[in-house]
Design a binder for this molecule. Structure first.
Ligand code: PEP
Ligand code: MN
Length: 321
């Protein structure tokens, strides 16, 4: 950490700053420039992070040297691979497609079993019945199951059936939920909060990692901006940024971002081109009858038509799908 003193800081103020740093058990090295003093703080940065040094007289700025997310940072390890029921995801793996309807609506239609809805009067999911249908679908198709967890109290039941836990946009900063899934043996797909910065998302991942669960996948799913023509604004810049800052797999959910079926294919292609390690796309066999998110779900026909185009983009950027 580096403390930059104000140009008019007095010797007395500098002395007090240095004393304070030493009181915290750290060492301080003073560099005197032509117009100002810079104090380099040597020692574990975490010790200082919570201390109110910036409020001391004579301080202009405090510049951290290390990232506040040590486990998620790409400095801590090389590209990680996360396995979901035997399917590996990561930047050295093939691109993975996750698809299905928004919610499990019946035995025939499988998706999320617990649904976070903006209105308490909207369909909330079939809960444990839905989980049973998902497990049945896995047995028939061999496809791993991902479903959302909204409440730490549901973890034990969801863990019985799922291969991966999804933490949705509305819960990205539900810290007790993050800690709880951090203690799970299942991988976690963490979706970006729609008002969260890239840094906020990484810090939320750090919560999970710091509890010992190293199997975290990040998902860009659109953020809220002034634009209302799309459901959210898909922030594709987040993909290369997250990949440069962390070692975690990064996927994109173009469906919830654009919110309009006809444009989901284009956004999926763009997400792959931006370097996504996977895509999560909602598909429903009768979107007009869907109990949630019908407007944005692809029909199986549109999805089938999209897959070879995705393969072509993957090949163009040197990846396989
Ligand atoms: C979903 O994936 O169905 C979902 C609810 O996503 P989000 O949390 O991104 O809105
Ligand atoms: Mn949905």
């Amino acid at each position: 950490m580096i403390i930059i003193a104000q140009p008019n800081a007095t010797e007395e103020q500098i002395k007090r700053l240095v004393t304070r740093v030493r009181e915290f058990g750290l060492d301080a090295q003073i560099s005197r420039g032509a117009s100002r003093v810079i104090i380099g703080v040597i020692g574990p940065e975490a010790l200082l992070r919570e201390k109110p040094l910036a409020a001391m007289p004579g301080v202009e700025a405090i510049v951290p040297v290390l990232k506040p997310y040590k486990l998620a940072s790409c400095e801590s390890r090389g590209a990680s691979s996360v396995s979901i029921g035997g399917v590996s995801m990561g930047r050295n793996e093939d691109v993975v497609l996750i698809s299905g309807p928004c919610s499990v609506e019946s035995r025939e239609l499988r998706g999320g079993a617990f649904k976070p809805r903006t209105s308490p009067y909207s369909f909330q999911g079939l809960r444990e019945d839905g989980l049973r249908f998902l497990a049945e679908a896995r047995a028939e198709t061999d496809l791993p199951v991902i479903t959302e967890i909204m409440d730490p109290r549901d973890l034990s039941v969801v863990e019985k059936y799922a291969d991966c836990l999804q933490v949705g946009t509305r819960n990205m900063q539900n810290f007790s939920l993050l800690k709880e899934v951090g203690r799970s043996r299942l991988p976690v797909l963490l979706k970006r909060g729609f008002s969260a910065t890239i840094n906020d998302l990484i810090m939320s991942a750090e919560y999970i990692l710091s509890e010992g669960n190293m199997n975290v996948i990040l998902c860009e799913r659109g953020i809220r901006t002034f634009e209302t023509a799309t459901r959210y604004t898909l922030d594709l810049g987040a993909v290369p940024l997250l990949k440069s800052k962390t070692h975690l797999p990064v996927i994109v959910d173009p469906t919830h971002a654009i919110g309009l079926r006809e444009f989901v294919p284009q956004m999926s292609l763009a997400a792959l081109a931006a370097g996504a390690d996977g895509l999560m796309i909602e598909v429903h066999d009768s979107p007009e009858l869907a109990k949630s998110d019908g407007d944005q779900a692809l029909t199986p026909e549109i999805f089938a038509d999209l897959v070879p185009r995705l393969r072509a983009v993957a090949a163009a950027i040197g990846r396989k799908l």
